[in-house]
Ligand binder design. Sequence first.
Ligand SMILES: [Zn+2]
Length: 306
Amino acid sequence: MRIVYIMGAFYLAALVFLWVGRLGKISRKLAVTVSAVFLLAGSGALAAAVYPIGNSYGKTVNRLQDLPGNGVVAAPSPGGAEFAAPLPGSAAQKPAPDSGKTGSPAIPSGGYMALTFDDGPYPPYTDRLLDVLKEKKAHATFFLVAEQAQRHPELVKRALAEGHTVGLHAFRHRDFLKLTEEEKQKNLAQGKKVLHGITGKEPVYWRPPHGFRDFSVMEEAAAQNLAVVNWSVIPRDWTGIGKQEIYGRVMAKAEDGAIVLLHDGDSPFYKASRQATVDAVALLIDSLREKGYHLVSLEEYQEINR
Ligand SMILES: [Zn+2]
């Protein structure tokens, strides 16, 4: 069910109780109290939809340990996306530090972290970011706007060839809470088709634009076999802050399983620079490794923990 209907139902119930109180069927105090509860419930339902963390509307991956088991996205269920149990032992085990070489010997360390990038591909910043990741031999995850991927397929192919995970952000960047069922279905299906056409692989990870989701959004994602992946660390790199600020905010929240939301792209209408993010990533990779974190793409994490 769409969030607008849920909120509408709660607000309508609030109005009904106020009216019943006004007619004197119940005490005014009771009517006001019940109405206030319904108003709060409606607002809470919206807050849960726009808050990136939490499973109010279905299973959302916020940390690496939340990823569906064995790299397989569970079959759709009527109540929304239900994934397999969290990876056994993934939270408890002590993985290898990221020495820059995948598959290096295991030494006790801080754990795994994933850098994820939204809104690309977006030259020249996606190219520069790929250069940094290549130089540092680190893998990341890109949630692409498929419409832009059509314009820059070479960047998508490069990301894939260099070992990064390619996920879907949307065909066109839209607030999915505002889309009809049909619009959601078409946006995701078209996005999947475009990425499949470029990479030869069906994307299995989806980051909803802005991280917003309700029952309807989650059901559509499940129907299209997409795991909904949000984040646990959000340095707000799109707000014009510098590389040191981005770096500091991520380091302050670094922990095993953290999924970091960064941006290598922007709307084609605004064309903001993402240089601060690119520069911050170079600093982050070094510092996170010094702290013992193994930087992985989502696919890589699932491979390691299979
Ligand atoms: Zn976005």
